[in-house]
Design a protein around this ligand. Structure first.
Ligand code: ADE
Ligand code: ZN
Length: 335
């Protein structure tokens, strides 16, 4: 991998912590917790990671999450991600967690939250990575279930910056969750939503107009609606794009067909992220690298993507500026 990309200071804004579960850790946690896995080896796990679409991935992803049982398991998962992120000079990360995929199996909300939160604290003190946490609702479940999850999160609202929406997009439009998001906003949460990954541009409009999101996760299908594209550029509503994910889940036939470069060059605040790195073949630097090679991104475009990543964070303008100054310094020293 290019040292320039690896060491580029960057923020990661679209990362499902459950999607960082590497097969080796999956086996270790299964052993610790006496859980039978449907795989015999790491190789067999990796061979199962061939997806037709989002749903075929989600089935395997939720199954993998079942090895997460105790607070320490969530800690170990998060700590492993943070170490990887540090090795790729991620300076700030805003990570999703899916409490419903744990509470539905009888694991307490607090167990998942505490393990993840403790690791994030250690990430700050030991690795110098700042972070924020985003609670994501599973959109294939009901709005009532999302509301119950929001209630469980209220005692921790000072350390959860936003709520989001993930899981099966088609047939589960943002409008289904309008009341939940209204309530979340009234409680002080910011909002984001996966939209326009597999779903149509109308879902992106709904996320903007009904859920009042600060960012769109994925959003690559905005390209089909020129008015939407113009709106996103004008309002600088960031897109958290995940190139390797999009190719693995067949949103694009190949990386060469990915529209990241077109989005960036239409003036959109596009960012590069890893989504579920252990399932899609790479962490954030591998995503930058794969996009750079296939789309022939210049150093200026890589710089812009990293700058966008800081501008799209939920950090204060002062904190954003500090990180951008670090990025500017890195690029100046090299040029
Ligand atoms: N959950 C984890 N990764 C996801 C993705 N790419 N889209 C929707 N839900 C997800
Ligand atoms: Zn995602």
């Amino acid at each position: 991998m290019h040292a320039f990309i690896r060491d580029l200071p960057k923020a990661e804004l679209h990362l499902h912590i459950e999607g960082t579960l590497e097969p080796e850790l999956m086996f270790e946690l299964a052993r610790r917790n006496n859980i039978d896995l449907p795989y015999k080896s790491v190789l067999e796990v990796k061979e199962a990671y061939n997806f037709e679409d989002l749903q075929s991935f989600l089935d395997i992803y939720y199954q993998g999450s079942q090895v997460l049982q105790k607070e320490v398991d969530f800690y170990d998962l998060t700590w492993a991600y943070l170490q990887k992120a540090a090795s790729q000079n991620v300076r700030h990360t805003e990570i999703f967690f899916d409490p419903q995929s744990h509470t539905d199996r009888g694991i307490a909300f607090e167990t998942a939250y505490q393990g993840i939160y403790q690791a994030l604290q250690d990430g700050k003190s030991k690795l110098g990575i700042s972070s924020q946490l985003i609670l994501s609702f599973l959109r294939h479940l009901s709005a009532e279930e999302a509301l119950a999850t929001l209630e469980q999160a209220l005692p921790y609202k000072d350390s959860i910056v936003a709520v989001g929406l993930d899981s099966a997009e088609q047939g589960n439009p943002p409008s289904k969750f309008k009341e939940v998001f209204d309530r979340a906003q009234a409680e002080g949460f910011l909002t984001v939503a996966h939209a326009g990954e597999e779903g149509p541009p109308e879902y992106i409009w709904e996320a903007i107009n009904l859920l009042e999101v600060s960012r769109i996760d994925h959003g690559v299908r905005s390209m089909e609606d020129p008015e939407l594209l113009q709106y996103l550029a004008e309002k600088q509503i960031p897109l958290t794009v995940c190139p390797l994910s999009n190719v693995k889940l067949k949103v694009f036939d190949s990386m060469a067909k990915h529209n990241l470069k077109k989005l960036l060059n239409s003036g959109i605040c596009a960012t590069v992220n890893s989504d579920d790195p252990s399932y899609f073949g790479g962490y954030i630097a591998e995503n930058y690298q794969a996009a750079q090679e296939a789309l022939d991104l210049s150093q200026q475009e890589l710089y812009q993507l990293a700058k966008n990543s800081f501008q799209a964070t939920f950090l204060s303008p002062e904190s954003q500026q500090k990180l951008i100054a670090e990025l500017d310094n890195y690029c100046q020293v090299l040029s």
